[in-house]
Design a protein around this ligand. Structure first.
Ligand code: NAD
Length: 338
């Protein structure tokens, strides 16, 4: 008994320590756009916390970083309440973990037939929500903590491939969700110029995108080479028939003028996701933008609805992360191996 309680108090201490660390890293990453540790290190600590909370259910808490999405919206921006939450994604770090996810999905759906998945690159940028009313871009917001984001309408309007006006047979009201990112070439050029001018450089394209988006002066954002790809719909008015698959809805978005990554592909069953993973991993360095993995989504909307959500992520999707890139990164004078 003594041994058990010693283990549990050790676990409690570690959980407290991990929560404090992750809370600090979240703030640096999401609110200040200045991470001080590599993502791989963050992911390792996050996972350790999740494992400990699983093994010690008495330590679980809704306030834990394991239950939360992103960071707080900054007061300097007008706040936007999302009509449906903008969530995160669960992660898989190996093919075994992806297979365990696919098995969980099949068991939950009690499905004897193969389940089709929509495979997408996991763009490494910042999530945004863009609202169109009467086809016109009326509001854009960051994800923030998933419930409340920052109003960045003026900034998003400056992104050249975001349409200000939809085309074709669009619904009266639609919220488009997607990723704003900085293509790798443009990021390198931006940093070279900034270095020459003695200005602040960015640690990576992800921070460059997030930092550029969250500017109080949209003229600064306008000078940054940002790009957007849509990957889902939020609320949609009922004056239009929506496709019954995720991929079909992406095609609808494309027909309304929204840019979609040309790497998106549907596979008939989960086993084919590995081929998609291998193919895109092999081409990773040649892509125009940085990706940190792939996202696999159950393609049928009806099945997505059957599966539902847990606190911070949908049960019908997973981010299968690529191995961390072996390179020496310098962030704010701290050297570490990524
Ligand atoms: P996530 O990045 O693992 O996954 C969710 C996000 O993926 C979405 O919000 C969306 O922005 C993005 N995404 C890209 N392509 C997508 C697609 N095709 N479909 C759907 N979503 C897509 O989760 P997160 O909550 O944004 O961030 C957690 C990750 O951020 C961690 O795993 C870690 O790598 C990193 N992080 C690092 C630090 C640090 O200090 N280094 C701190 C916090 C978070």
């Amino acid at each position: 008994f003594e041994e058990e309680s010693a283990t549990s108090s050790h676990a409690e201490q570690r959980v407290t320590q991990l929560r404090a660390l992750l809370t600090r890293y979240n703030r640096e990453y999401y609110e200040l756009d200045q991470p001080t540790v590599p993502d791989a290190e963050y992911d390792r600590l996050f996972r350790e916390l999740v494992e400990l909370e699983k093994r010690h259910p008495e330590l679980q808490s809704d306030a834990s970083p394991s239950q939360k999405v992103g960071g707080q919206a900054l007061d300097a921006f007008t706040q936007v309440t999302h009509e449906t939450p903008m969530l995160s994604l669960d992660n898989a770090f190996s093919s075994e973990e992806f297979e365990a996810f696919a098995t969980r999905v099949a068991e939950r759906l009690d499905s004897a037939t193969a389940i089709a998945f929509c495979c997408e690159p996991k763009l490494d940028g910042a999530a945004v929500s863009i609202l169109y009313e009467g086809g016109e871009l009326v509001r854009a917001a960051t994800r923030g903590d998933g419930q409340t984001g920052e109003d960045i309408t003026a900034n998003v309007r400056t992104i050249r491939n975001v349409p200000l006006q939809l085309q074709g047979d669009f619904p009266a009201r639609v919220e488009v969700r997607g990723e704003v990112f900085m293509p790798t070439n443009a990021f390198e050029k931006y940093n070279e110029k900034a270095l020459a001018a003695g200005e602040k450089t960015f640690a990576n394209p992800r921070n460059a995108a997030a930092g550029s988006l969250r500017q109080l002066d949209s003229r600064i954002t306008a000078k940054r080479p940002l790009h957007f790809y849509a990957y889902s719909m939020g609320v949609v008015s009922d004056d239009i028939d929506l496709a019954d698959t995720h991929f079909g809805r992406l095609e609808q978005l494309q027909n309304w003028g929204l840019p979609i990554s040309d790497e998106v592909k549907v596979v008939a069953q989960s086993s084919a996701c590995k081929t998609y993973y291998d193919d895109i991993l092999a081409r990773r360095a040649k892509l125009r933008y940085e990706i940190d993995g792939i996202v696999l989504k159950v393609n049928s909307i009806a099945l997505q609805q059957d599966l539902g959500f847990v606190s911070r992520a949908p049960r019908w999707a997973i981010a299968w992360k690529f191995p961390a890139q072996e390179e020496l990164t310098v962030i704010r004078g701290v050297d570490f191996q990524v």
